[in-house]
Design a protein around this ligand. Structure first.
Ligand code: EPZ
Length: 422
């Protein structure tokens, strides 16, 4: 397993290109199952999760090629579509559950393994099941697999979700595009990845309105055609790299960044004493003063503060002036980065869904372990400004969501290298 070594090396200056959004791409790729014609995605990130989705779609009979230039070519016209999404692939990546809606819409039946829990929580699928059953699917759990079928195809319906689940919104949206009649999804998730999926489905001939709001209306159509769609910029990678100059000092321009992708995050950066400037190329970030101020953070569904930036924000607040309280309201176990940051000298107390961070002057390098995707990058960020050397192990977590992280940070002056492990 690879490790990454980081040494505090002073202010960072320069430009970091932001890739296409992993979490948009993982919803866009299964959309190929909705049409007999090819779907081409551009600006797709080169990540292990994208390779896992490619493997899953191939196991279902789709032909998918993720090219080095960031294009994903996908089609599911050839031969039979296999309706079974196997546990061995699904357990590697929860987003595999996003083939459930498209398979039901295309074939009228599907057998999809439950993803199982992961480090950050149990992550059940009840909201997905309720949403698809509203469209007429019968779904039962047998030996760890969801067995879903419809009598005579999906039918449009009005459905209100108990919680604005991102994945359940995506499954409902894809399924409803081919359902008979009109569907209305209430308390829908509003993330930019949902908006991006709706735009792609519309380019394929779907009739969708209201994406980005809590109520989305879909008119079912008989079939969808192929399309070419650019993947939206990754707002979580954007927020992550905006924190690099915030933590180390200096000035970094995140290319492709747009304020509307990270509005609530920028409000917290502003309160902490970090200036964000919109430029023609993206977002330029630097500290206003020489010390960061403590701020409180509560994670919420979009447009609230993103849970996927909570760990990275904690890394910043470890050396802020004052005490910050972070409340994690989306996942039940998403503070595993805290004990690792404490090994670097951070003063953090975790009680249930709250973490209280008392700012210290400086962190000190240490050996730490990545536990999940966003925790791993928060340790890299902390190491960028710590005294001495930080060694982050199990960085396979990192490679799931961050393309060429060493290269991007080295280009702005970070002292960072990867050690290939046994
Ligand atoms: C998506 O996961 C993202 N993943 C996650 O990013 C992100 O953290 C999450 O949305 C919240 O923004 C992808 O898009 C591939 P949810 P998803 O359904 O769809 C509970 C990353 O780091 N829930 O909105 O799985 C669930 O347990 C990843 O890139 C149910 O109880 O998130 C969680 O506590 C991590 N029943 C909460 O809702 C359900 O049926 C939010 O889940 C579904 C979800």
């Amino acid at each position: 397993m690879d490790s990454i070594i980081v040494r505090g090396n002073g202010p960072l200056n320069g430009q970091i290109p932001i890739a296409g959004a992993k979490n948009a791409c993982l919803a866009l790729m299964p959309a190929t199952l909705l049409s007999e014609e090819p779907l081409t995605l551009t600006n797709a990130p080169r990540l292990s999760d994208i390779r896992t989705m490619t493997e899953l779609l191939a196991s279902l009979g789709a032909e998918v090629a993720a090219l080095q230039d960031g294009k994903v070519l996908a089609s599911s016209s050839h031969g039979e579509i296999n309706p079974v999404a196997d546990y061995d692939i699904v357990r590697k990546m929860r987003a595999s559950n996003l083939v459930l809606g498209p398979l039901l819409a295309r074939l009228g039946h599907a057998v999809v393994s439950l993803p199982g829990g992961c480090a950050i929580g149990a992550r059940p699928m009840d909201i997905h099941i309720d949403a698809l059953e509203a469209l007429g699917a019968q779904i039962e759990l047998r030996e760890g697999y969801l067995h879903a079928k419809t009598q005579g195809g999906l039918k449009g319906a009005v459905h209100e979700m108990r919680f604005a689940s991102v994945g359940a919104t995506e499954n409902f949206l894809m399924a409803a595009t081919l359902a008979k009649g009109t569907s209305v999804l209430k308390n829908a998730a509003r993330e930019p990845e949902i908006v991006d999926l709706a735009r792609c489905l519309r380019a394929m001939g779907a009739q969708i309105e209201g994406e980005g709001t809590s109520t989305i209306e879909i008119q079912g159509v008989d079939r969808l055609h192929g399309a070419t769609h650019p993947v939206v910029t990754d707002r979580i990678e954007l927020g992550t790299y905006m924190l690099a100059p915030a933590i180390c000092g200096g000035e970094v321009e995140c290319l492709g960044g747009r304020i509307e992708l990270v509005e609530s995050f920028c409000e917290k950066l502003d309160a902490a004493g970090i200036a964000v400037e919109e430029t023609a190329l993206g977002l330029k970030v630097k500290r206003r003063g020489d010390r960061i101020r403590a701020v409180d953070v509560v994670t919420e569904p979009f447009p609230g503060f993103p849970t996927d930036l909570q760990a990275q924000m904690m890394a910043l607040l470890c050396t802020a002036e004052g005490t910050s309280v972070l409340e994690e309201k989306i996942f039940e176990n998403r503070f595993m980065h805290a004990p690792e940051l404490m090994r670097m000298g951070a003063k953090i107390e975790v009680h249930g869904g709250h973490a209280t961070v008392q700012g210290v002057d400086k962190l000190r390098g240490a050996r730490v372990m990545a536990t999940d995707l966003r925790a791993s990058v928060s340790l890299i960020l902390a190491g960028l400004a710590a005294e001495g050397e930080t060694v982050v192990s199990r960085v396979y977590h990192l490679d799931r969501g961050y393309e060429r992280v060493e290269e991007k940070l080295r280009a702005v002056g970070a002292h960072i290298e990867r050690v290939t492990g046994e």
